[in-house]
Design a protein around this ligand. Structure first.
Ligand code: ATP
Ligand code: MG
Length: 552
């Protein structure tokens, strides 16, 4: 696959702004709502925001946009910080919270009321919908729109003091109920929500809306370029209106870009949460999840995720990026960096009848075919070993370049062997192969000129160990599992996880540390599980196969 040069229109645009003097510095922020783990779409936004700040010598803040407490939690706050750090970025100063500005927002709400720019409205949700109009019909003024400043101040204070029930009153901006932009039709600034907040406890029973909070958070922090996804384009006039109306300390501007969509993937925290809640996956960091934590546990490196985000680019419109591009970035990195090892997933015992049964020789094998600096490992060879069940057939045509009864095959990095006999159990299943090594074939062709057709991997019985291996595949079997009226739950790939309880690994793998990735020869890339792996109970996750089998 071609690696395209990165397209990032925001980088180009900011460059122009700095040249023309429209901007003099670049301060960005990454503003997650702590209501789930971060996913690959967020990774793209992180690379963009931190990347622009870095590129232009500015800074990027991490700010939790925690204005919606019932869906938020400390667990998510911790996970988000861990993921950003792991991706390789550092925010400026302390972590920030929108909630630490709640008093300031409230003061500014009073200011708007005093200016005659905001009012308390008693319409219930259904009535408000009717008054709002439609895309083609203007809305109608609320009957509460002309309350006096004094009355509004009193009611707002009452809302804050908890005198009213949830839904009984809201604070709205006094804008234009006939605006063609529905967002400008007297938007809500505050709602009554009598719930505990993870940062501010029970201090507040009214919470600001995204619209009333976000731009003001940016202004407080001195953000210059407030970057968000396209669905906020229509909110930009409102963003600017607040900045113009309020005595804010700086004048940030909003810029929109097209969100990253990946084929065979969903990027919505709400839907990812449903997968966790309904036990389709084990957790937010299940290796099948497109979360940063999930990809990490799957064995994707931070560098290759960053590389993918750069390759996918940043554009003005939303498009679909092929997941094969992400997988390509992962494979590229692992092919270059993962040490090689051998693991037999479906072990079939081979007894070498002409090899002394009490002998073990230790072979020294390079860890990487082209990178000597990755060193070598000791691999025992003995008269009893395991090959993969799929690598043996009693009879086969010429296309089958593995071990066949009466034929030869090379054991990777070791001898050529020839199979003499397949031993079966009562049910007729093959349980053991009797074979012979061909003398003097370590690194040499057979002296009799009968060359083996193929090479297979193996692990000696001596010194090897059982391991659990989890074979992962794509979670969805549909390119766009949540597009249109599709329900993503109907497109789960039933074969997205297969657990092999008794694979057989070579002894060098007992030194693997959690999160270390290997290429298991001929099988793919595998990572020692971040949480479950130890040398006593080895557990490996399949990161990705050696090549794309989804024929993209
Ligand atoms: P979700 O819909 O998954 O809940 P969100 O946008 O509501 O996503 P936030 O926590 O508000 O989640 O997002 C933090 C930042 O990440 C925002 O600036 C948002 O624009 C950006 N972001 C979210 N999803 C994507 C995506 N798919 N591609 C690029 N940026 C994204
Ligand atoms: Mg959001």
């Amino acid at each position: 696959m071609e690696t395209k040069p990165a397209n990032n229109f925001l980088r180009a645009l900011i460059e122009q702004e700095l040249e023309s003097g429209k901007a003099t510095e670049v301060m960005t922020r990454f503003p997650p709502e702590p209501n789930g783990f971060l996913h690959i779409g967020h990774a793209s936004s992180i690379c963009l925001n931190f990347g622009l700040a870095e590129h232009f010598g500015g800074h990027c803040n991490l700010r939790f946009d925690d204005t919606n407490p019932e869906k938020e939690s400390q667990e998510y706050i911790d996970a988000i910080q861990r993921d950003i750090t792991w991706l390789g970025f550092a925010w400026q100063g302390e972590v920030r919270y929108a909630s630490s500005y709640f008093q300031q927002f409230y003061d500014w709400a009073i200011y708007l009321v005093e200016q005659g720019r905001a009012y308390v409205c008693d319409l219930n949700a259904e009535q408000a919908r009717e008054y709002r109009g439609t895309l083609t019909e203007p809305g109608k003024d609320s009957p509460y729109r002309n309350r006096s400043v004094e009355e509004n101040l009193k009611l707002l204070a009452g809302m804050k003091a908890g005198d009213f029930a949830e839904g009984e009153k809201v604070l709205r901006a006094k804008l234009d109920m006939a605006s063609p932009n529905m967002i400008m039709r007297d938007p809500i600034l505050y709602r009554i929500r009598k719930i505990h907040h993870h940062q501010t406890g029970n201090d507040w029973v009214i919470y600001p809306t995204y619209d009333f909070a976000h731009g003001q958070e940016d202004a407080i922090e001195g953000i210059t370029h407030s970057i968000c996804t396209l669905e906020f384009e229509g909110h930009r006039p409102l963003y600017n209106w607040f900045i113009e109306q309020l005595p804010v300390p700086s004048t940030p501007r909003q810029f929109e870009f097209g969100a990253l969509n990946l084929s065979y993937t969903i990027t919505s925290k709400r839907k990812l949460k449903q997968l966790v809640d309904e036990r389709v996956v084990e957790s937010w960091d299940d290796p099948r999840m497109p979360t940063i934590s999930g990809m990490r546990r799957r064995g994707y490196s931070a560098k290759s995720i960053r590389r993918f985000c750069e390759m996918a680019g940043v554009s003005r419109s939303e498009g679909m990026v092929d997941v094969a591009m992400l997988e390509h970035a992962i494979r590229d990195d692992l092919n270059e960096n993962a040490p090689r090892a051998m693991c037999v997933l479906n072990p079939l015992k081979v007894v070498l009848t002409n090899y002394p049964q009490d002998q073990t020789e230790v072979l020294t094998i390079a860890c990487h075919p082209s990178r000597e600096e990755l060193g070598s490992r000791k691999v025992p060879f003995s008269g009893e070993l395991y090959i993969d069940m799929d690598d043996f057939r009693e009879e086969a045509n010429k296309k089958f370049k593995r071990l066949v009864l009466g034929k030869r095959v090379r054991l990777r990095n070791a001898y050529v062997i020839e199979a003499d006999q397949a031993i079966k159990n009562e049910a007729g299943d093959i349980v053991e192969i009797r074979a012979r090594i061909i003398e003097n074939t370590l690194g040499e062709n057979p002296e009799d000129g009968i060359k083996p057709k193929g090479v297979i991997h193996w692990v000696a019985a001596a010194g090897g160990k059982r391991a659990k291996v989890k074979l992962y595949d794509r979670l969805f079997n549909d390119q766009a599992p949540d597009r249109g009226d599709k329900n993503f739950m109907d497109h789960i790939n039933a074969a997205s996880l297969r657990v092999v309880e008794e694979a057989w690994i070579e002894p060098s793998l007992l030194d693997a540390v959690p999160e270390q990735v290997f290429q298991f020869e001929r099988e793919g890339y595998f990572v020692a599980d971040r949480f479950e792996h130890s040398s006593e109970t080895p557990v490996f996750n399949k990161t990705i196969g050696l090549r794309d089998t989804w024929n993209n």
